[in-house]
Design a protein around this ligand. Structure first.
Ligand code: AMP
Length: 147
């Protein structure tokens, strides 16, 4: 049986992303695999409470989001002992970037939440669904509570 060597956990900074990271970490430990973490700043960002109330709303929103996301990602990586060379911050379509980073880094398991900001009312959120359909490796959708 083949085992996983490189896991990629995709996070959207919602509260439950800690649960997703913890599950990915547990699997990485079991498989003695490398764990990378990724956040994608959406191409056309709109104000989203997931980024926090401290975000200044101005014309340079994308730069603000990149900066604020970099800090949040660094805190998460630090908390979960994920080294800097395994931390990815990209801009674009979340599902496309998750698949691209996985492809380019020989990721064999992508870990996402069953839903996040786009999928609260759905069984499987749009990012999770897109990744599941386009990934060239296994995908684990961690079931999150609807509330
Ligand atoms: P969604 O499909 O948007 O409801 O989100 C489902 C899951 O996809 C989330 O729990 C995250 O694991 C992942 N995800 C969503 N948006 C992003 C993003 N911008 N960057 C990285 N991962 C994301």
């Amino acid at each position: 049986m083949s085992t996983y060597k490189h896991l990629l956990v995709a996070v959207d900074f919602y509260e439950q992303c800690e649960d997703i990271i913890n599950k990915a970490k547990a699997l990485a430990t079991i498989y003695d695999a490398k764990l990378s973490i990724l956040h994608v700043v959406d191409n056309l960002p709109t104000f989203d409470p997931g980024y926090g109330a401290d975000l200044a709303f101005n014309m340079d929103l994308t730069a603000e989001l990149m900066d604020s996301s970099k800090k949040r990602l660094a805190v998460l990586a630090n908390t979960h002992q994920i080294p800097a060379n395994c931390v990815w911050l990209e801009m674009g379509s979340p599902k496309a970037e998750i698949v691209r980073i996985a492809d380019e880094n020989e990721v064999d398991l992508i870990v996402v939440g069953s839903h996040g900001r786009h999928g609260l009312a759905l069984l499987l959120g749009s990012t999770a669904n897109g990744v599941l359909h386009h990934a060239n490796c296994d995908v684990l959708a961690v079931r999150l509570k609807a509330d």
